[in-house]
Design a protein around this ligand. Structure first.
Ligand SMILES: Nc1ncnc2c1ncn2[C@@H]1O[C@H](COP(=O)(O)OP(=O)(O)O)[C@@H](O)[C@H]1O
Ligand SMILES: [Mg+2]
Length: 236
């Protein structure tokens, strides 16, 4: 088994003392895309925010590259090699594509921008455009590219394909697969279940703030309770 990049153990978190995520553990190894599935409101975004230190941990602990993180906080995690792309507000619309990329890096020079553009060649001709002029899919590509600027070991992605047309969903998943092959592990929250499972190495399902199932993509697809978990009913 390859080594763990991120280990979150028994994470509980929420808002104003209200527990929304309850004792969830996830582990991502080198070379993996681990997908977190689950219906709306099941706590997926809250889990990612808690891991990235945007919400205080009520319980649980976190290890990054084998090192305990006493008190997760975003700046520290970025330095340890963790990147996070929230579902919304993940780019600066009034800045150019190049400025967005440069702001994503520690001390970004042209070298770093060029490196990221190798994975995202479609952004090259848009470097001087203000990001507000990009399509929805291009904005998500920019958000991914930006998060890669500090050379993370793992990316936490919150619904990168939300609101995109089916063809673009496929392209984004293809990009995430390329990111994985370039050596960056991924913890991916997705609503596009089938697309996500095509690139996932493992996954889990959350419901009501808890992890209710964990397995390979094939095991998840054939899980007999998927419909009940997602739609509150049992499949015939
Ligand atoms: N900022 C917030 N303040 C209070 N409650 C929130 C906040 N964000 C989310 N919640 C609640 O936490 C629960 C889980 O939300 P979330 O983690 O966004 O779920 P998911 O990403 O799976 O759709 C929901 O019941 C939601 O209403
Ligand atoms: Mg969410």
């Amino acid at each position: 088994m390859s080594s763990a990049v991120l280990e979150a153990e028994g994470i509980s978190a929420g808002y104003a003392g209200l527990r929304v995520v309850d004792g969830v553990s996830v582990r991502v190894h080198e070379g993996e895309v681990v997908v977190v599935l689950g219906p709306n409101g099941s706590g997926k975004s809250t889990l990612l925010k808690a891991i990235f230190g945007l919400l205080p941990l009520m319980e649980g602990r976190l290890r990054v590259m084998g090192r305990w993180v006493e008190k997760p906080e975003p700046e520290r995690l970025v330095r340890m090699g963790v990147g996070y792309v929230p579902q919304v507000d993940n780019i600066f619309p009034s800045l150019t594509v190049r400025e967005n990329l440069e702001m994503g890096g520690f001390a970004a020079g042209n070298g770093e921008v060029e490196e990221v553009l190798e994975l995202f060649p479609e952004l090259r001709e848009k470097l001087h455009l203000h990001a507000i002029n990009l399509s929805g899919g291009e904005r998500q590509m920019l958000a991914l590219a930006r998060a890669l600027m500090p050379k993370p070991r793992i990316l936490l992605l919150d619904e990168p394909s939300a609101g995109l047309a089916p063809a673009m969903v496929g392209r984004i998943m293809g990009k995430i697969e390329e990111v994985r092959r370039a050596g960056v592990a991924v913890l991916l929250v997705e609503q596009n279940v089938r697309s996500a499972l095509q690139i996932a190495t493992r996954g889990c399902i959350m419901a009501g703030g808890r992890k209710v199932f964990e397995g390979t993509p094939a095991e998840i697809l054939s899980h007999r309770d998927m419909a009940r978990i997602y739609f509150g009913r049992r499949e015939a």
